[in-house]
Design a protein around this ligand. Structure first.
Ligand code: GLC
Length: 568
């Protein structure tokens, strides 16, 4: 069993570490961590009812330890009508009975911690389900004491400049409530009324929710939909200073109530980098935020065989305050969002990656990584290796470590949330239940179906994607440079080659990626490193010593290298 990494393992100064529960904890552990996003419902069924649950997840923790990830991010598991797969919460401080009990959750958390795995959960604070008792009470009468927990209006005239996010389903951000004869405000589905953060009681309630889960021992939160907390007329109702005020207050309370516990707050703010930067504040708001715009540009660069989209967006990304970290991902439980691209880029992405309109949803593409890559191992590996060597902490989406497929014919985003494929046996080893009781059909097509794509068979094969991902994780963990180092791009003449340097203290790692489907040669100006020997990090081979003249590399189609530059 692993312990949560302490200073000896992380190599960080004792002075920077704090004592919690008898252990020394590195407060910036999340900068070295590899995250793994999973849906309890879809991961493993422990009680044979066809629905994943905490018992099943606990039994499968060893897969995650074996994979080498550090922190699990659990999608919402709270009681909910599940009209937005749990992002419509009806009770914040309980477990949906379909997934188990609070005791099952506690056991899971203890077992995860005992294995050195941290766990972050979802904090959906912008809205509740319309089935939440607060909303039921609020809509019951205009005089309800909870009326002010939500945002009401007699007309739809207010906040007209706010865009509609779920544009395929919603026509307005206002919905008329028959019961109380007024409109309520919602940025997502109509059944998800927005909480009113102008009401200080709402913040107190949400703080109560945070305390409840932090007291259970969770290591932090992925905070859902943070840009939309406060509305003001004449604005887009996004990223407002008052919203930052709410978030800073929550961070202050976490720091004050849990000093030294190294809890992490991660923002879901699907915005341009300059608009996400304020969510880090001066180190007093979020520890982490997802970098949304870089994700589609990785897919674009690969299709264009051109490094420009990636370099442009990273060079446009402001630097972070000390302790700040980007969360990087290729795929997650939502559509591959194309909100942070231009219309021309969006059309390009749709044309190249979602020619069939059924694969499109809102402003995005509802597909998993392997199908997007035409199941081409070289491209899957290249994108994953880039994800693991760029400047941030990587997030893996469950099933992508084995190259799972999707089902675009299923509604909403359900096609990328199908049962985890553990084996080629009955129900993919996901559930010892009747196949008709499974919460969702298994992927069973000839290419991506569980008979061919599953953990068990890949575990037994040294050449499988799973074995490759494990090796990648091991290599990343040899150094802190990927999680904590700076990044600098090279611009050799060959624009199909994307090359960057990660540096931390005296350590330099050179990453070279061939974005093209054809072999490429590249000449790099490495004069600053003359005398150093590149050591290829996967196999340990020594490459020719760097000289003052340009350094020539030849690259296989979609090939990549990670070199530690050894100065001898
Ligand atoms: C976030 C979630 C998404 C959900 C939405 C509304 O964007 O990632 O799945 O539908 O919030 O809660």
């Amino acid at each position: 069993m692993r312990r949560l990494a302490g200073p000896a393992e992380t190599g960080y100064s004792l002075a920077a570490c704090v004592r919690a529960g008898g252990f020394l904890v590195d407060p910036e552990w999340y900068r070295d961590a590899v995250f793994y996003e999973l849906h309890v419902r879809a991961f493993a069924d422990g009680n044979a009812d066809g629905v994943g649950d905490f018992l099943g997840l606990t039994e499968r923790l060893d897969h995650l330890v074996d994979l080498g990830v550090d922190c699990l991010w659990l999608l919402p598991f709270y009681p909910s009508p599940r009209r937005d797969d749990g992002y419509d919460i009806a009770d914040y401080c309980a477990i949906d009975p379909a997934f188990g009990t609070l005791d099952d959750f506690r056991l899971f958390l203890a077992e995860a911690h005992a294995r050195g795995l941290r766990v972050i959960t979802e904090l959906v604070l912008n809205h509740t389900s319309d089935q939440h008792p607060w909303f039921i009470a609020a809509r019951a009468s205009r005089d309800s004491p909870l009326r002010d927990f939500y945002v009401w209006s007699d007309t739809t005239e207010r906040y007209r400049d706010a865009r509609i996010i779920f544009c395929d389903t919603e026509k307005s951000n206002w919905t008329f409530d028959e019961a109380s004869q007024a409109y309520y405000w919602h940025r997502f589905y109509a059944h998800q009324p927005d909480l009113n953060f102008d009401n200080p009681k709402v913040l107190e309630e949400i703080w109560g929710v945070m305390r409840f889960w932090l007291d259970q021992g969770v290591d932090g939160f992925r905070v859902d939909a943070v840009p939309y907390l406060i509305e003001r007329d004449g604005t887009s109702c996004e990223n407002l200073p008052e919203t930052h005020g709410v978030l800073k207050e929550l961070r202050r309370r976490v720091d004050t109530a849990y000093p030294g516990h190294a809890k992490v707050l991660l923002a879901e703010s699907n915005m341009w980098p300059e608009d996400v930067r304020p969510y880090f504040g001066d180190g007093d708001e979020f520890h982490m935020a997802f970098h949304f715009p870089i994700m589609p540009r990785m897919f674009m660069a690969l299709r264009l065989e051109d490094r420009k989209p990636i370099i442009d967006i990273i060079e446009r990304t402001p630097s972070l305050p000390p302790g700040g970290q980007w969360g990087l991902f290729l795929r997650n439980h939502d559509e591959l969002t194309l909100e942070m691209v231009t219309q021309i880029e969006r059309d390009y992405m749709w044309d190249e990656y979602a020619r069939d309109p059924i694969a499109r949803l809102n402003l995005g593409i509802r597909r998993r990584l392997a199908p997007l890559m035409d199941n081409d191992r070289r491209r899957i590996e290249l994108l994953t290796a880039m994800l693991f060597s760029l400047n941030g902490s990587p997030f893996l989406y469950y099933g992508d470590e084995i190259g799972m497929g999707d089902d675009v014919t299923r509604g909403d985003r359900n096609g990328v949330r199908t049962p985890m494929q553990w084996s080629s046996r009955r129900n993919a080893g996901f559930a010892p239940a009747e196949v008709t009781s499974l919460f969702a059909p298994l992927i069973d097509d000839p290419v991506f179906g569980f008979a061919s794509v599953n953990v068990e068979s890949q575990r037994g094969s040294t050449s499988s994607l799973l074995s490759w991902v494990k090796a990648l994780l091991r290599v990343r963990k040899q150094t802190h440079v990927f999680g904590r180092g700076t990044i600098r791009f090279f611009t050799p003449k060959n624009h199909r080659v994307l090359c960057w340097l990660r540096s931390l203290d005296a350590e330099d790692v050179l990453v070279v990626n061939n974005l093209a489907a054809t072999a490429q040669a590249v000449e790099l100006d490495l004069a600053d490193f003359a005398g150093a020997v590149p050591v290829e990090m996967f196999g340990g081979s020594l490459f020719p010593r760097i000289k003052a003249t340009s350094y020539m590399l030849t690259m296989a189609p979609y090939g990549f290298y990670w070199f530690r530059l050894r100065r001898i």
